[in-house]
Ligand binder design. Structure first.
Ligand code: OGA
Ligand code: NI
Length: 341
């Protein structure tokens, strides 16, 4: 990524500030708390007021996380030529790539993506009338030798945590615990290893530009470097999510915003670059099956509170979003507000 390419430069209003706000941070929730009703209330409040929270005492073994973190470092340390052997392309959206764009500005990062289900079934194209499907299978590098095993073991653990959180969220909306589970049969979830190299143009670029996550729920592991910022709902200020050892950062995505008919909003976030230390993070994007029509739940709408969104097909939405990130189309990305009533 050595050369400084104009495509990385953020427009002035979106450039990172030189001071960061660390005042009131996102809530920290202890999942081992003995009072389950209290836990549900805490999760509900965090989703409503922040859209983001951290969890501790979550039962994901730290050895499992350490193993995938080491494997990720080893993979990204390789020369680009090696990494490109498992490069993402138009045929396979999983694998390595280093030219992702968020809102048409290039992100200062490299990623490796793999699916949680192998194979994962998705639409063959974004064309609305094309009903053909396609199976995606992750590609795996030869080095480091335990890479695939570390990734797959970690994904299984995080998936368990994601279901647990989904159930807490469902309860917090006054719904049965397993209300959402059926949407995730044949899920299109994927895991991403993020590598943010040291960046010499600190005040011009971002690791990931401001965005909302389009899926249901994100479970993120960040290392001790820091750089993730969340747009605080109360005042629109960008606040740092201070690294907490062994915690996971959870945020609701656009799909939960629609299911909950805006009770829980998907919140903007971004990643700052760092001129001294490289940074690693691992988000798990918990996504429904391709054939799910995303729409406000009947239980959460009423005459006084009618549905605010038209139904949209998750698979087509996601496929459309993916190609525009990949190709840097000069049009705005598809967004849930396009389905607003
Ligand atoms: C993302 C994201 C945050 C991070 O990949 O969608 O928001 O800390 N990542 O890497
Ligand atoms: Ni994100």
């Amino acid at each position: 990524m050595g050369e400084i390419d104009e495509s990385f430069i953020q427009s002035i209003e979106h450039r990172p500030k030189s001071t960061t706000v660390e005042a009131e941070g996102i809530p920290v929730i202890d999942l081992s708390a003995p009072n389950s009703q209290d836990l549900v209330v805490q999760v509900g409040d965090a989703c409503k007021n922040w859209g983001f929270f951290q969890v501790i005492n979550h039962w994901v073994p730290s050895s499992c996380r350490e193993k995938v973190e080491l494997a990720s470092r080893a993979f990204f340390q390789q020369p680009s030529l090696e990494k490109r052997k498992v490069r993402r392309d138009e045929a396979n959206p999983m694998g390595f790539y280093d030219t992702e764009h968020t809102k048409n500005v290039r992100d200062w990062k490299q990623v490796f993506d793999f699916t949680v289900e192998n194979p994962t079934v998705v639409p063959a194209s974004h064309e609305p009338d094309d009903v053909e499907l396609q199976e995606i299978v992750s590609q795996w590098p030869e080095y480091p030798p335990n890479f695939r095993e570390a990734c797959e073991e970690y994904a299984r653990e995080i998936e368990k945590l994601a279901y647990k959180l989904l159930e807490l969220i469902s309860l917090s909306l006054g719904l049965p615990a397993e209300k959402f589970n059926g949407f995730f049969k044949n899920q299109t979830s994927f895991m991403r290893l993020n590598y943010y190299p040291i960046c010499p143009i600190l005040h011009l670029a971002l690791g990931v530009g401001r965005h909302k996550d389009s899926g249901a729920l994100t479970v993120l592991a960040q290392d001790d470097v820091g750089g993730l910022e969340v747009k605080r709902k109360s005042d629109g200020e960008w606040v740092q999510v201070r690294p907490t050892p062994n915690a996971y950062i959870i945020n609701v995505g656009d799909v939960i915003q629609v299911w909950s008919n805006d009770r829980y909003e998907s919140v903007e976030h971004r990643v700052m670059v760092n001129s001294e230390r490289e940074r690693f993070s691992i988000p798990f994007f918990f996504n429904p099956s391709h054939n799910v029509m995303v729409e406000p739940l009947k239980e959460l709408t009423s005459k006084q509170n009618p549905a605010r969104y038209k139904p949209y097909n998750w698979g087509k939405f996601h496929t459309t979003r993916n190609i525009s990130n990949f190709k840097k189309l000069n049009v705005e990305n598809i967004q849930i507000y396009h389905f607003r009533i």
